[in-house]
Write a protein that binds this ligand. Structure first.
Ligand SMILES: Nc1ncnc2c1ncn2[C@@H]1O[C@H](COP(=O)(O)OP(=O)(O)OP(=O)(O)O)[C@@H](O)[C@H]1O
Ligand SMILES: [Mg+2]
Length: 342
């Protein structure tokens, strides 16, 4: 590495990115951390600039900072740590997701044809097959922050409170490019004609309809549910993409198991062939596939693989897990297998 690259100025330039992002999103804590890091990097070489920067970034009271304070607790601001490489997906789903990302990366070309990238996406499918994992990957691939909505505070007990919270959230999400993620979307997007408090549910759905119309295309509105049938039909129609994450067949399970049992994850062992056997067990979700593979890896470390056969082949049938009194101990045969003792 050259001296120029190692210089304090070089370090300060890199730190400009988190500073600008924190200012954009109105986050005083991150602003002061990033600013202090820059100040320490340039204090010796540019003392006057350092002093001015410290004064400029101290006690910011911009409109965005005020808005960010209002949405505190409604949304969790995250940097997604993985891209598509971390998610095992059917080829068609992956292709669709890559096409969505491409629209966003080529937004300027679309704009010259008076078009915006499509940005309202609903992921649905049975639990444990990667909806949340994929949502994070989409944010990572777009290179934007991942704003995870927290229902605890969003759903207010007072009349109209949920609506006001939704408005604030949308105003904040329109600040700059981001993914706004609403997991378990059925909680707010339930059919207006179902459920208990029909009046309030109707108001919330109507408001979501307006929000979905108004939200700028710089914000990807990403919702996930495993109860697609409960979602209001008018809301469903507002999504540009409704993507099913199907329950995994043998091929996908094998692919997922092969990754989890890759020799790089089992130093000194090669159990990659077991992927086939894991896939043949017909587990319900990729979550279960991943968990079983992790048990196998743990067993390799703790018992030199002594319980792998039991984990895979000799899975006792439901009858075999009856205790002496004839009482069934566990419904799931895997759960009866003891965790290897450390
Ligand atoms: N497609 C996948 N690729 C890789 N790992 C997966 C996949 N699906 C599930 N997993 C594993 O299972 C865990 C749970 O997956 P995830 O939370 O994304 O499922 P989900 O579809 O969002 O489930 P839910 O409907 O319960 O919210 C992941 O953290 C990962 O370890
Ligand atoms: Mg999920």
């Amino acid at each position: 590495m050259s001296d120029r690259k190692k210089s304090p100025d070089g370090a300060a330039i890199k730190l400009l990115l988190p500073l600008i992002e924190a200012m954009r999103w109105g986050q005083p804590q991150r602003i002061s951390e990033a600013s202090e890091s820059i100040v320490s990097a340039i204090e010796e070489s540019h003392p006057a600039v350092a002093k001015k920067l410290r004064a400029l970034t101290a006690n910011s009271h911009t409109a965005t900072v005020n808005l960010a304070a209002k949405v505190e607790g409604l949304v969790h601001f995250e940097e997604a740590g993985h891209g598509f490489e971390a998610v095992v997906l059917p080829a068609a789903v992956e292709a669709e997701c890559r096409a969505i990302i491409e629209e966003h990366h080529r937004r300027n070309e679309l704009a010259s044809f008076s078009l915006n990238p499509r940005h309202r996406v609903l992921l649905h499918g049975a639990p444990g097959n990667g909806k949340t994992l994929l949502a994070e990957a989409l944010a990572h691939e777009l290179g934007v922050p991942f704003l995870r909505v927290r229902y605890g505070r969003l759903i207010g007990s007072l009349m109209g409170e949920t609506g006001r919270n939704l408005d604030l959230l949308m105003e904040y999400a329109a600040t700059a490019p981001c993914v706004l993620f609403l997991d378990e979307f059925d909680v707010v997007g339930m059919d207006r004609h179902q459920g208990g408090d029909v009046g309030e549910a109707r108001r919330i759905t109507n408001q979501l309809l307006i929000i979905l119309e108004r939200l700028p295309s710089t914000c990807m509105f990403l919702a996930a549910t495993n109860a697609n049938g409960l979602i209001d039909k008018a809301l469903l129609r507002r999504f540009d993409f409704v993507i099913e994450i199907p329950s995994p067949g043998v091929d996908l399970q094998r692919q997922c198991a092969a990754r989890e049992l890759a020799p790089t994850l089992t130093p000194g062992h090669d159990v990659s062939k077991l992927a086939e056997r894991v896939a043949s067990l017909g587990l319900d979700s990729l979550y279960e596939v991943v968990e079983l593979c992790r048990r196998i890896r743990r067993d390799l470390v703790l018992q030199q693989g002594g319980s792998i056969d039991a984990l895979l082949g000799n899975v006792p049938s439901a009858e075999e897990v009856l205790d002496r009194n004839g009482v069934q101990l566990v419904a799931d045969p895997f759960k009866c297998l003891p965790e290897p003792t450390p």
